[in-house]
Design a binder for this molecule. Structure first.
Ligand code: BGC
Length: 339
């Protein structure tokens, strides 16, 4: 199903697409290839929308920078100094987070109009042409983002790309989840999380990784056994002080790499990915008025962003988000729901 989702200032009509499958219903928009809603049953068959979002395309355009449901590209998370060396070239980006680049700068992929490449009742593929020099990155690139709902409660997001020069490809989805339903804002930090990762990246005060991979053992960052997100979030621990809560990357070494559980409704979400890292962000700076006038504030949603480690372009010892000219890029993340 396709319906109108608002007219952008340049007169472009944005659309909302509904897909169904595996007991789930989702809506996605061609404006920014956002995931707008995701309806999931609970243990009593009651259906709720478990992602934060806006009522129309202009909400996504004029929001306060929370990246609700956003497709982030070409590069997710931060690049220190908005500059790095690729091959023998210094790449210069536009800083939009102090001196640094956050989610590729002020002209992110979530603010572009994407073309619909393919569409069925259970899947939509969006296509974006990213010109040479876009956001400072080399090469003319094509990107494809496919949302599919599959049997057994699976939302699969596939990212594909190809570029005519060596470049950076590190796309993610920035949905905030609340398994009690997006309007149930008070319950976001009561949900339990499992992160099997043994190491996380401590950051400096600008949220740039220091380079250390720190063992979670004995720290509030240990989610290897299920733990409510809010249990340790206010602990006296420097990484939590510096980022006002959880806003860190964990290593990914197994599948699933994260499980979010809402004990109350019985909804669970298991995240699996082929990326090396996952960012846990507890909405420490969230401040938006979203769907049905719902106010999303401090720690009222949780993002689990699968990605390369933040600022990995400055850490050659970590996996690199570099894709060679003409080499196809493919990445997948699945969110498997049970109830
Ligand atoms: C970052 C946060 C940032 C947020 C923007 C997350 O991916 O880790 O530091 O505030 O995106 O909404």
């Amino acid at each position: 199903m396709k319906e109108q989702f608002g007219i952008l200032p340049d007169g472009t009509q944005a659309y909302l697409y509904t897909i169904r499958g595996g007991g789930l219903t989702a809506t996605v928009t061609d404006f920014g290839a956002h995931l707008v809603s995701l309806w999931v049953p609970d243990k009593n068959g009651h259906i709720e929308d478990v992602v934060l979002g806006f009522d129309d395309a202009n909400g996504y355009r004029t929001g306060k920078g929370g990246y609700l449901g956003a497709t982030v590209g070409r590069n997710a998370n931060r690049i220190k100094g908005a500059s790095f060396i690729l091959g023998d070239t210094r790449i210069r980006m536009s800083a939009n987070d102090g001196e640094n680049s956050l989610h590729s700068g002020p002209n992110g992929f979530h603010l572009r109009m994407w073309e619909v490449e393919r569409c069925s009742d259970h899947s939509v593929t969006f296509h974006l042409v990213s010109p040479q020099g876009d956001q400072g990155f080399p090469g003319k690139a094509h990107f494809y983002v496919t949302y599919s709902l599959e049997k057994d409660g699976v939302l699969r997001i596939c990212y594909d790309g190809i570029c005519d020069r060596d470049t950076i490809m590190n796309l993610t989805n920035h949905s905030y989840f609340n398994l009690a339903g997006h309007k149930n804002t008070a319950s976001a930090m009561k949900q339990e999380l499992i992160l099997p990762g043994r190491f996380f990246n401590p950051d400096d005060a600008e949220n740039i990784p220091t380079g250390e991979l720190r063992d979670v053992e004995g720290t509030p960052m240990d989610f290897r056994a299920p733990k409510p997100l809010g249990r340790d979030i206010n602990c006296d621990y420097e990484p939590l002080h510096l980022q006002a809560g959880y806003d860190h990357n964990w290593e990914v070494f197994c599948s699933p790499c994260a499980i979010l559980i809402d004990p109350e409704s019985g909804r669970e979400m298991a995240v699996s990915t082929d990326r090396p890292g996952i960012q846990l962000y507890t909405g420490n700076f969230l401040d938006e008025v979203g769907k049905d006038g719902t106010t999303y504030g401090f720690r009222e949603g949780v993002a689990l962003e699968t990605q390369f480690y933040p600022d990995s372009v400055h850490h050659p010892e970590w996996p690199q988000p570099i894709v060679k000219a003409g080499q196809p890029y493919h990445s997948e993340t699945t969110y498997k729901f049970s109830w």
